[in-house]
Write a protein that binds this ligand. Structure first.
Ligand code: GLA
Length: 401
């Protein structure tokens, strides 16, 4: 006789107690199966949480200003912490394929770490992200001189760029997203740039596991502008070692070759047949030590790629997959370029949890206009004029495979 686990007991009135016990065992087994399924599918058991914004104090700047820390959480448990100093993304927790969360961004545990020496971990970068050659440019016939903070060049907005200023913050919560609006007014002449620039950056975390960064700005005098975010990712988790095994796809057939000081030569070159060809997913480390001139000059990857696009608007710039954790990061942007940087200047300085961050322990995908555009008339313009609004959007999408 074939044994049916349920039938004989359910219909036998003399077996009340075994019926209850078997029912409870069944319920217990079903729960175990559900938990195992959720873990296997990369869905966290905490997947049914609530959208949340939390505000607390992170520390005080040397001149006595309070730095606030906002925590945004979505219903799948993805959580990011952002502080008002530098608009810095302090942490970003996402699940791996088994549902285990890890912080996939490099940084420091305390404000003091960021104040001491921060290689732009998580920071908003401006007024001009990336380099301006010889730290000068001419606009409408007038020459402007900037601080040389990177060899002969100006880098990432100057000595006190947007990564080192306090932003005014206002959080928001809607039915399927939470976010933070950050505002900063950069005075006319700040860091050598013309015009009062009013900047608004909106960070939004939604229930589609997307984190978006929306930049807007207006000015009262013509000025160059190139805003980006400098988050250092390691999809296996910060502090877990090198990212050389993570696989990158860049939606870019071309890049802007650089000279020895990492200023674009002005040419736009094809990646075809070079170690800069990531049009098909390739391990970041597969060719990084090739004796290819551009890699030698960059000490690894530190190049602006020209994103393939058919029309304006959001386009896929990059996809990174970490085979060990199964985490996938996709980057969409409205920008024409993306700086792919393999953390070549990380020097072993300890970060979160005393983790030592060495060269190539993280990658950055800095969506932006091309470096040195104010001195390169053939590159898309980075000049914002009065009466116009600068607008740029980048979306990071998280999933597992
Ligand atoms: C950008 C630059 C790099 C380096 C980092 C910050 O990615 O292209 O050369 O300056 O910022 O360390």
């Amino acid at each position: 006789m074939t044994k049916n686990f349920l039938q004989p007991i359910l219909f036998d009135p003399n077996h009340q107690r075994p019926l209850m016990i078997r029912g409870m065992v069944l319920l217990f087994l079903s729960c175990l199966t559900l938990i195992a399924f959720c873990a296997g599918s990369g869905v966290s058991s905490s997947a049914r949480g609530a959208l949340m914004v939390k505000k607390e104090t992170f520390g005080t700047t040397p001149d006595g200003k309070t730095v606030e820390l906002y925590t945004l959480t979505n219903t799948y448990g993805i959580e990011t912490r952002i502080m008002t100093y530098g608009g810095i993304i302090v942490s970003l927790q996402t699940p791996d394929k088994k549902g285990h969360f890890a912080d996939i961004t490099l940084g420091f545990d305390t404000l003091a770490g960021y104040l001491a020496k921060n290689p732009y971990f998580g920071a908003l970068v401006g007024r001009y992200g990336n380099r301006i050659g010889n730290a000068k440019f001419t606009l409408d016939g007038k020459e402007y001189t900037l601080a040389k903070n990177n060899g002969p060049n100006a880098l990432h907005g100057g000595l006190k760029g947007f990564d080192k200023v306090l932003w005014q913050a206002q959080s928001f919560q809607k039915s399927a997203e939470v976010g933070l609006i950050l505002k900063y007014t950069s005075a006319d002449g700040e860091e050598g740039y013309p015009g009062t620039l009013r900047v608004t950056v909106t960070y939004t975390l939604n229930d589609k596991n997307e984190f978006s960064i929306d930049y807007q700005a207006t000015t009262d005098k013509a000025t160059p502008i190139n805003l980006t975010n400098h988050t250092y990712f390691n999809l296996a988790g910060e502090g877990s070692g090198s990212i050389l095994g993570e696989e990158l796809m860049l939606n870019a057939d071309r890049f802007t070759p650089v000279d020895a000081t990492l200023i674009p030569t002005g040419k736009i070159a094809s990646v075809k047949g070079t170690p800069l060809d990531f049009t098909k997913p390739t391990a970041i480390g597969a060719r990084i030590n090739d004796k290819f001139e551009q890699l030698v000059l960059g000490n690894g990857y530190d190049h602006n790629f020209v994103i393939n696009r058919q029309s304006p608007g959001l386009a896929l710039a990059a996809r990174v997959y970490d085979p060990t954790s199964g985490r996938v990061l996709e980057v969409d942007t409205t920008e024409p370029g993306v700086q792919f940087y393999t953390g070549n200047f990380l020097d072993g300085t300890p970060g979160k949890h005393e983790h030592i961050y060495k060269a190539r322990d993280a990658f950055c995908l800095e969506t932006q206009h091309y470096p040195d555009s104010p001195n390169k008339p053939n590159f898309p313009s980075t000049i914002l004029r009065p009466g116009k609004t600068y607008h740029s959007t980048t979306v990071w999408r998280f999933s597992t495979r």
